[in-house]
Design a protein around this ligand. Sequence first.
Ligand code: GLN
Length: 474
Amino acid sequence: MSDLISSDLSAVQESLRSGKLTCRELVTSYLNNIEAQKDLNVFIEVFADEALQKADETDALLKSGNAGKLAGAVISVKDVIAIKDKGLTCSSAILKGFKSLYDSTAVARLRSEGAIIIGRVNCDEFAMGSSNENSVYGPVANPFDKTRVPGGSSGASAVSVAAGMCIASLGSETGGSIRQPASFCGVTGLKVTYGRISRYGLVAFASSFDTIGIFSKSNDTTSRVLEVIAGHDPNDSTSSAEHVPAYSESVSARLDPSKIRLGYIKEYFGEGLDGEVRDGVFGKIEALKQNGFSVREISLPNSKYLIQTYYVLTCAEASSNLSRYDGVRYGFRAEDHDSLEEMYVNTRSRGFGTEVKRRIMLGTYVLSAGYYDAYYRKAQKARRLIREDFENAFRDVDYIITPTTPTTAFRIGEKIDDPLSMYLSDIYTVSANLAGIPAMSVPAGTDSKGLPFGIQIIGKKFDEGGLLRMWNEI
Ligand code: GLN
């Protein structure tokens, strides 16, 4: 049976329709994989009974020919995306006991086409982190080496797909939280254009950066999930009205390499990049050349400002967004207090973890009256320059290729006390979020320790379809 459980949703559906596999068997197999790999600490909650019940319904719908487009798609969801009547904690103590009153638009759309949500998964607290160690539920382990991190913040989403616990996972990105763990776990992670997928029901970290995105091992699966969840939503005024193409219809059509111009960013191959990752990514670039693509070196001169700009702006937005967790409206409240202010202070001091507090303080500082111009306003200007760098580059090339991460997965504990070195693991991913453009990490090989790394492909606004087709070429 296990050979019928393909990473391609179309193949799974074919097996279900032909009766070689039942949806109950499919879900049971994923549940067994979840149970057998509990030590990876992936799931916060498994919706086993509901998933099995949905599976039986799916089997019946398939028989009567009424199944939805995503029938049999078994999907895990990061604990920052709302699922009606389920816990929604962002892996934080401050949201302990909080349950969502409604479905996020992405989850509602998945369900409406018959997808099965198998559970909610661990992540870094409020999606802040690059290792999935900042979680009230404890760290998640990388299935390739359990002493190593899976990346973050959507680390458990990446592992759930890598370790065969579901066919796809919804994660979220503010600065690389899908692509970086995808790279560390040997799966593909797609971060879409800002506004392509509704943020309704995605807990806000930095609202002008945040997007929902998709992990899977197959462009058939990702394209079919994307075409269901993308598109305008009246509940999110920043969601785009741009037409949603039928991604899955064109995804397997080969590109004509003679018509595609690729560029690699010279600044992304410098200091800090591991030699094996560099060689692996250049090896892929060489293969693309051999296959007829034109490849040139390009320069994005403002790349030196990426990390500073990203952290100033996202911390500023986070300090504002996270002010709502005051002990009154959501989850946890410290009970020992003599005044309202003391209640706020005690709740927030105990409810938030170290990294979240660091960012709230940094963000409050850069927004404070005396420093606003020096930091926040300046970072906004730098963001514009970074966006213009991409606009200029995309006059000469159609897709940009870079490594996804400077190294393969590091050890659990290795960077936790050194925030700057942790932040540097996002050095190649934050640019696409600053510019609001789509980007994807596709597995590109393994290093001599057997640890995977990805190659990043960055595209023009709303060219997710092109990225998904480029995946065939890697
Ligand atoms: N690792 C980055 C950070 O800590 C990215 C987080 C994200 O994309 N949510 O901010």
